[in-house]
Design a protein around this ligand. Structure first.
Ligand code: S3P
Length: 180
C-alpha cells in the first residue's frame, strides 16, 4: 500500500486538490495541519507562539510517519520538506509524492494578505527567499511534479490520476528529469 502525498508551498492548493483527488479515487483524505491542530488542541499560530516551530515540526513528522503505507491522500504543510527524515519518507516506496509546483507570483496572487500562516507573515523579500530556499527540497522530496499555475483543478486531478495509475500498472515511479 502506498500513501499519496501532496507537497508544495503555501497556497499551492494541496488541501483543495487533495480533497477532490481523494473523493474521485474513493479513498480517505487527511490534512497534516488539521491532524496537528487536533492533536495539540491549539491553532497553528498558537502552536508556533507557545512552543515554537521546532515543536510543530516534530509533531508534523510523527503524523507523517503514522500515515506511511496507508490507503489515503495526504495534504501536507508547506514546510514538511524541511526535515531530512520527512524528505526520506516522502521519497521512499511507502509514499507516492506529488509536488504541486507554482510560481512566487501565483502564491502572492492567492495568499498575499493571509495572516494565518506564521511563516508567511513577513515582508515580501523574506517571503520570496523562503519560497526560493524550498524549491530544491520539494524537487528532492517528490516523485512527480505538476505545474498548478492557472490550471483548472479538474485537469490537475486527471493529470495526477494518470500518473498514479501508470505507477500502479508499470511501477514507473520517478518522473524523468527532462519533464521536471
Ligand atoms: C507552513 C505551512 C502551513 C502550516 C504552517 C507552516 C510552512 O501549511 O503547516 O503554517 O512552513 O510552509 P500550508 O502549506 O497548508 O499553508
Amino acid at each position: 500500500m502506498t500513501t499519496i502525498a501532496l507537497i508544495g508551498f503555501m497556497g499551492s492548493g494541496k488541501t483543495t486538490i487533495g480533497q477532490r483527488l481523494a473523493r474521485s479515487m474513493e479513498i480517505p483524505f487527511v490534512d497534516t495541519d488539521d491532524e496537528i491542530v487536533n492533536r495539540v488542541g491549539m491553532s497553528i499560530p498558537e502552536i508556533f507562539d507557545h512552543f515554537g516551530e521546532q515543536y510543530f515540526r516534530g509533531v508534523e513528522s510523527e503524523i507523517l510517519k503514522s500515515l506511511s503505507k496507508k490507503e489515503c491522500v495526504v495534504a501536507t504543510g508547506g514546510g514538511i520538506i524541511k526535515l531530512d527524515t520527512n524528505r526520506q519518507m516522502l521519497r521512499s516506496n511507502d509514499f507516492l509524492t506529488v509536488w504541486l509546483d507554482l510560481t512566487f507570483d501565483t502564491v502572492m496572487k492567492r495568499i498575499a494578505n493571509d495572516e494565518s500562516r506564521p511563516l508567511w507573515n513577513q515582508d515580501v523579500e523574506k517571503r520570496m527567499s523562503l519560497f526560493n530556499s524550498r524549491q530544491a527540497l520539494y524537487h528532492d522530496s517528490s516523485h512527480f511534479s505538476v505545474n498548478v499555475d492557472g490550471q483548472p483543478v479538474e485537469e490537475l486531478i486527471e493529470e495526477i490520476k494518470r500518473y498514479i495509475y501508470s505507477y500502479t500498472m508499470f511501477g514507473t515511479k520517478r518522473q524523468s528529469d527532462k519533464n521536471r
